[in-house]
Design a protein around this ligand. Sequence first.
Ligand SMILES: NC(=O)c1ccc[n+]([C@@H]2O[C@H](COP(=O)([O-])OP(=O)(O)OC[C@H]3O[C@@H](n4cnc5c(N)ncnc54)[C@H](OP(=O)(O)O)[C@@H]3O)[C@@H](O)[C@H]2O)c1
Length: 278
Amino acid sequence: MPWDPVKLNSGYEIPSIAFGTWKLGNGSGVVNQVDQAISVGFSHVDTAQAYRNETEAGVAIRESGLARSDIFVTTKYSGLDGLDIKTSIHNSLKNLGVTYIDLYLIHHPRLAVPDIPTAWKQMEQLKEQGLVKSIGVSNFGVNDLATLLASAKIPPAANQILLHPYVYAAQAPIIDYAKKHNIVIEAYSALIPLTERPGGPVDVPVNEIAKKRNLAAEQVLLAWVKAKGAVSVTTSSKKDRLQRYLDAGDVELTDAEITAIDAAGASAQSHELWRSRV
Ligand SMILES: NC(=O)c1ccc[n+]([C@@H]2O[C@H](COP(=O)([O-])OP(=O)(O)OC[C@H]3O[C@@H](n4cnc5c(N)ncnc54)[C@H](OP(=O)(O)O)[C@@H]3O)[C@@H](O)[C@H]2O)c1
C-alpha cells in the first residue's frame, strides 16, 4: 500500500491519500464511516466547515485510539454562517476536538474576502499562532494563486482541485504553476469517470488496464492521480473498496497507459463536469 507521504513546503509531510467526508451527512453513520476508513488504514481525513460533519469526524478520530500525530486532519474555511477565518478556525478546532489542524484550506477563492491578500494574511496568522501546521487553498486557478503569492509571507502548501481525466487538459496550467512554486496538488473527485460519466471514452483505457493488471477501475484512476504527482482525496462507504483504494498505492502505470488515459479524457467534451462542487 505505499501511498508514500509527500513533503509540503511547510516542512510537514502529508499522507498521499485522504478519506473525505463530503456528502456523508451527519450523525453516527459518519462516525462509523470515518472509523471504518481509519481502521482499514487511512491516516488522512479531509473535511470542511461546509460538510457540517467536523464533529463526527473528530469523534471517529478520537475513538480510533491513534495518537493525534498519527492522523493528518485537513479542514477548510467555507465561510459558514458568514463568519471570518479567525473565528471559524476556533469553531473547527472545537468541532473536531483537536488543538491543531494539520492543513487548513480556503475552500474556494470566492470565500477569500474581502480579497485574497487580506484573507491569506489571516491564514498566515493562524499558522503563526500554532493553530494550524500548514495552510493552503482549494479550487484556486493560476490568477488566484498569482495574486496570493504576490503578497504572501508564507506560500500555500497545497491547492486542492477537481482532477480527473476529463478535466486534466483544462487543469494542466494550474498543475504546472503549482509545481513551479512547490505547491502540492490535491485531486478530488478523481472517480468521476465512474460515478458521473460511466460509458465515456476514459472507460476504454481504464477498463483495458484494469483487465490486463487484474485491478478495479477505481484503482486505475487513483494510480493515474498518483502518476500525476497529486494527493488523492477520495471516499467510499464500502470497506472492501477502501482497501482497494489503499492497495492502488502499489500500482505504477506505464507512460503508455497514462498517455492513453490522458488522450481519452481530452477527446471528450467535459463542460458538464465542471459544475461547482463546493
Ligand atoms: N475542495 C473541494 O472543493 C472538494 C470538492 C469535492 C470533494 N472534495 C473532497 O474529496 C472527497 C471525495 O470527493 P468525491 O466523493 O467527489 O470523490 P470520488 O473519489 O471521485 O468519488 C467517491 C465515490 O466513488 C464511488 N465509487 C468508487 N468506485 C466506484 C465504481 N467502480 N463505480 C461506481 N462508483 C464508485 C464511491 O461510492 P461507494 O461509497 O459506493 O464506494 C464514492 O462515493 C470529498 O469527500 C471531499 O473530502 C473536495
